[in-house]
Ligand binder design. Structure first.
Ligand code: PMP
Length: 442
C-alpha cells in the first residue's frame, strides 16, 4: 500500500495541545497522518509501529473497516438523538451487550464520552447512592497516590499525580489518598504481580478509624495504574481492599479505562484479579478509540436503590448531551463484534509469556532499574539523570519515534501497551529497537 504524504499545516500555533510542552513540540513537531493495523504513518510518509495502542485505546488495531462502515451507516441513518427522556435502539442494544461482558452483577451501564466523565459520573453515583439509602453523611472519597482518574475536578481530587492537582486550587473537599504500591526496593523486576505490599491495603482501615465508615462513600483505584508508569497491585491487595470495603459498607470503584477490554487477557481487570467491584469506569477500548465514548458499569443493588424514587421522578440528575451518541454506539457495537470474532479479549493472555520474556530482556541494559509487566502492558523504569529528571526517557521516546516506534513515557518510565493484534515479530521489533536506543542513550 502506498501512503501518500499529507501537507503540514501552515502554522501549528492555534491548537493549544493537551498534556504537551507546546513550544517544544511546535519547534519539532511529530504529525501522524494515517494509520492502519499496527502502524501509523507520519505526514512525510514514515511508518511507525504503534507500541501504545494510540493512547492505550486502539485495542483491535487501527482503521478497522467494520467500525468505519458501522459509524458511517449510523450517521446516515440517525446522526444524533438525545437520550434524555428519549432513546434510540443502538443505545439499549449496546448496554445489553456490554453488561454480558462485565463480572458479577454489574448489570447496568451509564454512558459518558470519556474516561474523565466516567470517573466523575461514578463518584457522583456513589455519593447519591448512599444518600438515596438515608446515609447522606457518606460523602468522603478515597483515591490513591499516583492514581490517574482523568482531569475532571472529581478525577483530579481522587487522583494522586501532583502536577495534575497543584495548579488547580483546593479541589474537592473530603478526599483522602491511600499510598501507591510502587516499591522498587522490594519488587524490582517482578514478573506479573509483585509479592510485597499487600499490607498497604490496610491503610483503608486506618482511614476508616480516622473518619468513621459512616462518612465514607467510595474508594477508587485503577487495578493497574497506567498513566503514572504501570504500577501493579501486589498479590492479595485488591482482595483486601474489597473485604475492607465490604466490612464498612464502602463502595469499591475500579477505574478500568486502561485495563478494560482485553488489556490483561480478560474482558476486564476485575476478571483477571478475581475481584468484583461495585462500579467499573471505562472508555478507550470501548470504541477502539475511533469515536469518543465512556461507560460506567453499576451493580444491580446500586441501580435498584435509585429506583425507589417515585415512578415519575428523574432518579439521577446527571447526563451528557452525547451520552450514548448514536455514532459512538455504532462504533462500540462494531468493536465488540471484532473483539468477539477475533478472540481479542483473551489474546493478551496467549501472548503474555512472550511479552513478559521480551520486555524482561531489557533488564541489565544501561539505565534500566525496573521492568514491570502484566497482560500486554509493560513499564520500564529508567534511572533519572540527576540534573534533569524525565529527560532520559523523553530522549528515548524521541529516538524511538525517529526509528519508527511509538512508545509513551511518564517521567523516566517507559510505558508499552500495544494493540492486542500485535504479532510476536512486532513485539521483537519493539523491544529490539528500545534496546538499541537504550544502549546509545547517555
Ligand atoms: N482513568 C484512567 C485510569 C485513565 O488511564 C484515563 C486516561 N488515560 C482516564 C481515566 C481519563 O480518560 P480520558 O482521557 O478519556 O478522559
Amino acid at each position: 500500500m502506498t501512503i501518500p504524504t499529507v501537507p503540514t499545516p501552515a502554522t501549528l500555533d492555534a491548537f493549544w495541545m493537551p498534556f504537551t510542552a507546546n513550544r517544544r513540540f511546535k519547534a519539532h513537531p511529530r504529525l501522524l497522518a494515517r494509520a492502519q493495523g499496527m502502524h501509523y504513518w507520519t505526514d512525510d510518509g514514515r511508518q511507525i509501529l504503534d507500541g501504545i495502542a494510540g493512547l492505550w485505546c486502539v485495542n483491535a488495531g487501527h482503521a478497522r473497516p467494520e467500525i468505519t462502515e458501522a459509524v458511517s451507516r449510523q450517521l446516515a441513518t440517525l446522526d444524533y438523538a438525545p437520550t434524555f427522556q428519549m432513546g434510540h435502539p443502538q443505545a439499549f442494544e449496546l448496554a445489553n451487550r456490554l453488561v454480558e461482558l462485565v463480572p458479577g452483577d454489574l448489570d447496568h451501564v451509564f454512558f459518558t464520552n470519556s474516561g474523565s466523565e466516567s470517573v466523575d459520573t461514578a463518584l457522583k453515583i456513589a455519593i447519591a447512592y448512599h444518600r438515596s439509602r438515608g446515609e447522606a453523611a457518606r460523602t468522603r472519597l478515597i483515591g490513591r497516590e499516583k492514581g490517574y482518574h482523568g482531569v475532571g475536578f472529581g478525577g483530579i481530587s481522587v487522583g494522586g499525580i501532583v502536577n495534575n492537582r497543584k495548579f488547580f486550587g483546593s479541589l474537592l473537599p473530603g478526599v483522602d489518598h491511600l499510598s501507591h504500591t510502587l516499591d522498587i526496593e522490594h519488587n524490582a523486576y517482578s514478573r506479573g504481580q509483585p509479592e510485597w505490599g499487600v499490607h498497604l491495603a490496610d491503610e483503608l482501615e486506618r482511614l476508616v478509624a480516622l473518619h468513621d465508615a459512616s462518612t465514607i462513600a467510595a474508594v477508587i483505584v485503577e487495578p493497574i495504574a497506567g498513566s503514572a508508569g504501570v504500577i501493579l497491585p501486589p498479590k492479595g491487595y485488591l482482595q483486601r481492599l474489597r473485604s475492607i470495603c465490604d466490612r464498612h459498607g464502602i463502595l469499591l470503584i475500579f477505574d478500568e479505562v486502561i485495563t478494560g477490554f482485553g488489556r490483561l487477557g480478560t474482558p476486564f481487570g476485575a476478571h483477571y484479579f478475581d475481584v468484583v467491584p461495585d462500579m467499573i469506569t471505562s472508555a478507550k477500548g470501548l470504541t477502539n478509540g475511533a469515536v469518543p465514548m465512556g461507560a460506567v458499569f453499576v451493580r444491580k443493588s446500586i441501580y435498584d436503590a435509585f429506583m425507589h424514587a417515585p415512578e415519575d421522578a428523574i432518579e439521577l440528575f446527571h447526563g451528557y448531551t452525547y451520552s450514548a451518541h448514536p455514532a459512538a454506539c455504532a462504533a462500540a457495537l462494531a468493536t465488540l463484534e471484532i473483539y468477539r470474532r477475533e478472540g481479542l479479549l483473551t489474546r493478551a493472555a496467549d501472548l503474555s509469556r512472550i511479552w513478559e520474556d521480551a520486555v524482561h530482556s531489557l533488564r541489565g541494559l544501561p539505565h534500566v532499574i525496573d521492568v514491570r509487566n502484566l497482560g500486554l502492558v509493560a513499564g520500564i523504569e529508567l534511572q533519572p539523570r540527576s540534573s534533569a529528571p524525565g529527560t532520559r526517557a523523553y530522549d528515548v521516546f524521541v529516538a524511538a519515534f525517529e526509528k519508527g516506534v511509538l512508545i509513551r513515557t511518564t517521567g523516566d518510565i517507559i510505558a508499552l501497551s500495544p494493540p492486542l493484534i500485535i504479532e510476536p515479530v512486532q513485539i521483537d521489533q519493539l523491544v529490539t529497537t528500545l534496546a538499541d536506543i537504550l544502549r546509545a542513550t547517555p
